[in-house]
Write a protein that binds this ligand. Sequence first.
Ligand SMILES: Nc1ncnc2c1ncn2[C@@H]1O[C@H](COP(=O)(O)OP(=O)(O)OP(=O)(O)O)[C@@H](O)[C@H]1O
Ligand SMILES: [Mg+2]
Length: 352
Amino acid sequence: MSIYSIWNNKGGVGKSYLTFQVAAEYARIHPEKRVLVIDLCPQANSSSMLLGGMQAGEANLNRIHLGVPRLTVSGYIEERIFSPYVNPKSGARFALQVHQFNFPVPSNLFLVVGDEQLEIQASRVNAAAFPGPQDAWRIVHTWISDLIQDIVTSWDNADHTVFIDCNPSFSIYTELALSASDRLIVPFSADGSSKRAVRAVLALIYGVTRQPGQQQSEFHTNSQRFRMAQPTLYMYVGNRLTQYNQASGAAFKSVVNEIGEEIFAVWQTNSNLFCVHPSGAPAPTSKRAFKQMFQYEVNDANTASVVSGTLGVPISGLSSGRTQVLGKDVVVNQSQLDKQVPNIRELAAAIE
Ligand SMILES: Nc1ncnc2c1ncn2[C@@H]1O[C@H](COP(=O)(O)OP(=O)(O)OP(=O)(O)O)[C@@H](O)[C@H]1O
Ligand SMILES: [Mg+2]
């Protein structure tokens, strides 16, 4: 019954792609559980993939966005803007069963659809969190928890796991996602700017800054003031690693390890910010054990990744061979699948 946010302050690192792949794989290996994806990104990329990809998924998204009532995350947020401090308990109807739209996704996976309207709503959500009653900030920051609670109650409290895909910006809707979640997955790409992005995550959420006295984020100070728990770091994922040859493979590995060093240093001083897993496991006592617990890698699967996302077929269920993508013949090689499928399986298996 854990709630994971997938977030990095940097864009394009694979948050939505990993949300799609990991949630689908997790649902496949846990048929006894209900899996909920909440798409809190106005770009709605993970919704598009889950609902069938570039053609079918986009058509489904359009239909849902035009529906009355608007059964998207913005539909729910709109209700909360009208009733900010009194929970309308109306969230259950916003979870759609993805399988009804996109057959390859397991039937135990549900989605609160992303919506570009979030961008327009943001200023009104901020206004609701600002003056109002004394603890307006706290109450607004429980909206997504309320939404999850409504959905889970409608499931008769069935065993469930939630994944929230976030926008890279540290905007109000990202704050709502973080406040609702108890664990954090941080994907990053193995390039020069990733180290800074990971530092930004640590500073914005946990107030871990490199210089003493540096200004803290309002999210951090208010979370502390209102005693709201922040999600603990569950894993960081070097994503889209490309292995053209041994040299490029080694180069990516060294960037991932460099970021691992940075995060390990935080562990040494602030181990309370991390979620030791699986539950009951002893806390790691060496750098090697730390990396084994928290550091993951996902390779680029080239054409196979593109086909998976474009058709909305989770990669672990994708077959090799010839297929049609947007009217063009393409070939998915088994070797491409072999690069990434084991990574996605390992990641999903490490999630509780
Ligand atoms: N492991 C991977 N292998 C191949 N392609 C990938 C992989 N991860 C992500 N991609 C591709 O990289 C691009 C960016 O990924 P994605 O949209 O998931 O990033 P994001 O972090 O969600 O971006 P944003 O910050 O804009 O929300 C997409 O085209 C996606 O399909
Ligand atoms: Mg995204």
